[in-house]
Design a protein around this ligand. Structure first.
Ligand SMILES: *Cc1c(COP(=O)(O)O)cnc(C)c1O
Length: 366
């Protein structure tokens, strides 16, 4: 038997057989009622992941990778007179600012070191001295470092200043807790191929209906205008061709998530996997990048042991059936990353821990 390769990179993920097979569903025209039913089912199940009422919230499906959803969210939700404050502590926060600037949306960045938590005192100072802002945009799980940004205190601050939150939830939606109502979130962007365990190609924005109604009168983009999609999708249509096979996969993956106990059960499963990885690596003398309490359950970073650079670590694990992920930019020489997402069995976890020992022990234990 050939063992399948397990992806431990932050998406795309290892698929379950059911999700893979779903892509072989019948050919479908996107103007037929069968497509409308498929699309409506996915939209409903996406809201159900966080128990959001359809009267106030809408999920909007787009064909593209996670960045398309983030760009659609920023360009469709910040009005012409709006101003967005972007909290950056990694690659993806910086990408939000880049998107805002390209579209000439008034934007102020609060840049942090990639290993730092958002500095609330600095954010408060900017909100009060440089405001008014209409929105704060932030990444929930900053995949650059594995940090889960604490949104509760930031949301409190935003409320005091009457500022709405826009969330990049691309690598947290489906696993981490998101209190969309309590945190005054106007919209969150995410994708099918991370914590939801489907394939790349479909991304989505979950938005407050009211926020979109008060959005941008003249859309900044033809293809990424959320108001256009919402109007069409509410009327059981789509403005553009969607990726039908990817929809099949996402629909099956959402059914599977619900059957497996929903978001909380998935987070629990990720936490158990990550605890094993952290423990195995600690025993090997490999230190995590961040303390457990500041890390997501989805992905953690680890310091490369001295004498072992990323490539031989990656290649040794790949030869044993596991794909890990490098650090970005300056972190490339210092860290490696391991994600817990995807269809991974207890036996796969046993093999992973054994593989980590085989590859790393010669470097750290003489
Ligand atoms: C993966 C990811 C994205 C989007 O990346 P794509 O390659 O466009 O799918 C955006 N934000 C975060 C936090 C991510 O982890």
């Amino acid at each position: 038997m050939t063992l399948r390769t397990i992806l431990l990179n932050p998406g795309p993920v290892t698929l379950s057989p059911r999700v893979r097979e779903a892509m072989l569903g019948p050919d479908l025209c996107h103007r037929e009622p069968e497509f409308a039913a498929l699309q409506t089912g996915i939209r409903e199940r996406l809201l159900a992941v966080y128990d959001l009422p359809a009267s106030e919230w809408a999920s909007i499906l787009l064909t593209g990778s996670g960045t398309a959803a983030v760009e659609a969210m920023i360009t469709s939700l910040v009005p012409n007179h709006g101003r967005v404050l972007v909290v950056e502590n990694g690659v993806y926060g910086e990408r939000i600012s880049n998107i805002a600037r390209r579209h000439q949306i008034a934007c102020t960045q609060i840049a942090h070191d990639w290993l730092s938590a958002p500095d609330l005192a600095r954010i408060e100072a900017v909100l009060s001295a440089d405001g008014p802002f209409t929105h704060v945009a932030v990444v929930h799980h900053e995949t650059t470092s594995g940090r889960l940004n604490a949104l509760g205190p930031l949301a409190e601050l935003c409320k005091r200043f009457g500022v709405r939150l826009l969330l990049d939830a691309v690598s947290s939606f489906g696993a981490e807790e998101i209190e969309a109502e309590a945190w005054n979130i106007d919209a969150m962007a995410a994708t099918a191929n991370k914590c939801l365990h489907a394939v790349p190609g479909t991304c989505f924005v979950v938005a407050r209906r009211e926020a979109l109604a008060n959005g941008v009168p003249v859309p900044r983009s033809v293809y990424l205008d959320l108001a256009t999609y919402l109007r069409n999708q509410d009327a059981h249509g789509t403005p553009f061709t969607q990726s039908i096979q990817t929809f099949y996969a996402l629909s099956a993956a959402l059914e599977e998530l619900a059957e497996q106990g929903g978001r909380e059960a998935r987070a629990e499963q990720y936490r158990a996997r990550m605890a094993r990885v952290r423990q195995t690596l600690l025993e090997l003398g490999v230190r995590p990048l961040l303390p457990e309490g500041q890390s997501s359950c989805v992905l953690n970073g680890f310091h490369l042991p001295s004498g072992l650079s990323y490539d031989p670590l990656h290649d040794g694990l790949k030869a044993r059936g596991f794909i890990i992920y490098a650090g970005q930019s300056a972190l490339a020489q210092q860290i490696f990353r391991i994600s817990t997402m995807g269809d991974i069995s207890p036996a796969d976890m046993d093999r992973l821990c054994a593989a980590l020992r085989e590859v790393i022990a010669p470097y750290t234990q003489g």
